[in-house]
Design a protein around this ligand. Structure first.
Ligand code: GDP
Length: 311
């Protein structure tokens, strides 16, 4: 089955790794959020793209879910000693990615081309696409004013209260080359268990993406389990926007788009409210085996929905 997966960073990367284990490389395209991208020390940093690629390449740090395994921090420590900012953690190995990407962007290459070449170098078989080659920075609107995403997420540790989000430049952004074709060819589209507000919504706001998903088999996997995010501010964001953070709220978030929803066994009590086809299963991915098992549930669910025409 040909699958396209929409993903952010840590949560998305785990399911993407499961899908890559379950599918042949030709059958999987991953579309990654670039709303978190930013420039730091003059380097172009793409946190979600790198998290997804490191996970697929088996290079990810298993403890954090982001960054590289076996990382060292010589450059950052020496920068800090000189008074340079060290709030964004950049390891030595990781820095090679940002240096080479920045060099190639400055030479006129597109992010999607650079990503494809990095994937080849890292031995990644499936296709990984940034959502756009154009910048679409996520702006977090808070009670303290607007903040860039990394300012909010890393520097301010998600403390300011949220009032909304803006995806700057989204209206004029073009989807990365091959993205709409991959969505059109996909027999199932997976919205990974990523933050709906700041990981999946930016992708859905790239012109053409939402329309490409209408009437298709779209399976969303909840990042909210028992009212909480496994990691990160998703539940806090729902609360501050006046919505009770539940898997049900995530399902409603994707209404109009989604044909099937996967929620955790801890949320079985919510199924009576589900107005969509659903699957209940263990969705916490602690190891690679969990990732594969969840991916297999998602694929089997999608195949069933395709067969029934119930989407
Ligand atoms: P970020 O850009 O690094 O924040 O990455 P994502 O948006 O992809 O991931 C954050 C979301 O992933 C959070 O809302 C978490 O609840 C969710 N998440 C992380 N690990 C898991 C997991 O093992 N299972 C599920 N269902 N969700 C997860």
């Amino acid at each position: 089955m040909k699958v396209a997966a929409l993903a952010g960073g840590v949560g998305g990367a785990k399911l993407v790794d499961g899908l890559a284990q379950a599918l042949s490389a030709d059958d999987l395209t991953v579309v990654v959020n670039t709303g978190d991208d930013f420039t730091h020390y003059g380097l172009q940093i793409c946190p979600d793209l790198d998290t997804v690629c490191y996970a697929l390449a088996g290079l990810a740090n298993p403890e954090t879910g982001w960054g590289r395994a076996g990382e060292s921090w010589n450059v950052l420590e020496n920068l800090a000693q000189l008074g340079g900012p060290d709030w964004f953690r950049l390891g030595d190995r990781d820095l090679a990615t940002h240096l080479e990407r920045t060099r190639r962007l400055a030479a006129g290459d597109r992010l999607s081309r650079i990503t494809a070449d990095f994937c080849a170098a890292w031995g990644i078989g499936c296709k990984v696409l940034p959502m756009s080659d154009d910048p679409v920075p996520t702006i977090v609107c808070t009670e303290e004013g607007e903040l860039s995403f990394q300012e909010y997420f890393v520097a301010r540790k998600c403390e300011p209260r949220i009032t909304g989000f803006r995806f700057e430049g989204a209206a004029k952004a073009r989807p990365a080359a091959g993205l709409l074709e991959a969505l059109a060819q996909a027999e199932a589209i997976v919205l990974c268990p990523s933050n709906p507000w700041v990981s999946i919504d930016p992708i859905l706001n790239v012109p053409g993406v939402w329309d490409a998903l209408l009437g298709r088999v779209v399976i969303a996997v909840s990042p909210i389990i028992a009212g909480q995010a496994v990691k990160g501010p998703a539940a806090k964001m729902y609360r501050e926007l006046g919505i009770q953070p539940t898997a049900y709220a995530v399902a409603k978030h994707y209404r109009g788009l989604m044909s099937g929803f996967v929620l955790d066994t801890l949320d079985t009590d919510l199924t009576s409210d589900m107005a969509w086809p659903y699957r209940v299963t263990d969705t916490i991915m602690n190891d690679r085996g969990d990732r594969l098992r969840l991916a297999e549930v998602v694929l089997e669910f999608a195949a069933g929905l395709r067969g029934s025409g119930d989407h």
